[in-house]
Design a protein around this ligand. Structure first.
Ligand SMILES: C[S@@+](CC[C@H](N)C(=O)[O-])C[C@H]1O[C@@H](n2cnc3c(N)ncnc32)[C@H](O)[C@@H]1O
Length: 205
């Protein structure tokens, strides 16, 4: 994938290009987020006991979030991503995770209601609301019990704002609209606020 994809109007091409490019140094971001992911996983486990659950993490990247959840004795932990280089890192780093490379951005390799819980961490803020809606709908199709989105909620540091600007993400709009988008998709939703301005947006099936 050439550098021209950074300027592509196609959001997926742009995201694949960016994440394939930064995959070799993504461990630096993992180091910075590791503690927060463990805290958020503990908060999630308090709300929804994870033991014995089948969990899919969409856009798992190098696998940090699904690995934090796997500490709670999941029955099966699966991560999927459309960036070949990110999913390669995930499979090298975490042998207990089933790693799936999504072809054509599609999750249709999985039948309906394949997982108790379907989650995504810092994925949905990256896309415009139309794509976000499509992905959320697909996550809802795959879930038996819950969809959990771990993402931005309140203020962000200047460094995060700069990175999101470079990524050309939709995070400002996401913070304004996502709570409403979730409640339009699920009949029951709640939010678990963490530190650092992040939250778990939970939709119950
Ligand atoms: C900011 S990274 C977060 C990675 C990981 N969830 C974490 O928190 O460490 C976003 C990830 O989502 C992936 N991604 C973005 N849109 C996607 C889509 N539609 N389907 C699958 N993966 C996607 C990217 O390839 C990238 O690995």
């Amino acid at each position: 994938m050439g550098f021209k994809h950074y300027f592509s109007k196609d959001e997926d091409k742009r995201a694949k290009f960016i994440f394939n490019l930064i995959a070799p140094v993504y461990y630096l971001i993992d180091k910075a987020t590791n503690k927060n992911y463990k805290e958020m996983a503990a908060l999630l486990n308090n709300q929804i006991p994870l033991k014995g659950k089948d969990v899919l993490d969409v856009g798992c990247g190098t696998g940090s979030w699904i690995t934090s959840l796997a500490n709670y004795k999941l029955k099966n932990a699966t991560g999927s991503d459309f960036s070949q280089r990110m999913i390669l890192q995930a499979s090298e780093n975490n042998k207990q995770i089933n790693c799936v490379l999504q072809k054509d951005n599609s999750l249709n390799v999985f039948p309906d209601k394949s997982f108790h819980l379907v989650t995504a961490t810092f994925v949905l803020h990256g896309m415009k609301s139309e794509k976000r809606y499509e992905l959320l709908l697909e996550m809802k199709r795959l879930a038996k019990d819950y969809v959990v989105i771990h993402d931005f909620y309140k203020g962000s540091s200047p460094m995060v704002s700069l990175l999101e600007f470079l990524e050309r993400s939709d995070y400002i709009n996401f913070k304004k609209c996502f709570k409403t988008e979730m409640s339009q998709m699920f009949s029951e939703t709640f939010i678990v606020e963490g530190e650092n301005g992040n939250a778990l947006y939970v939709g119950r099936l």
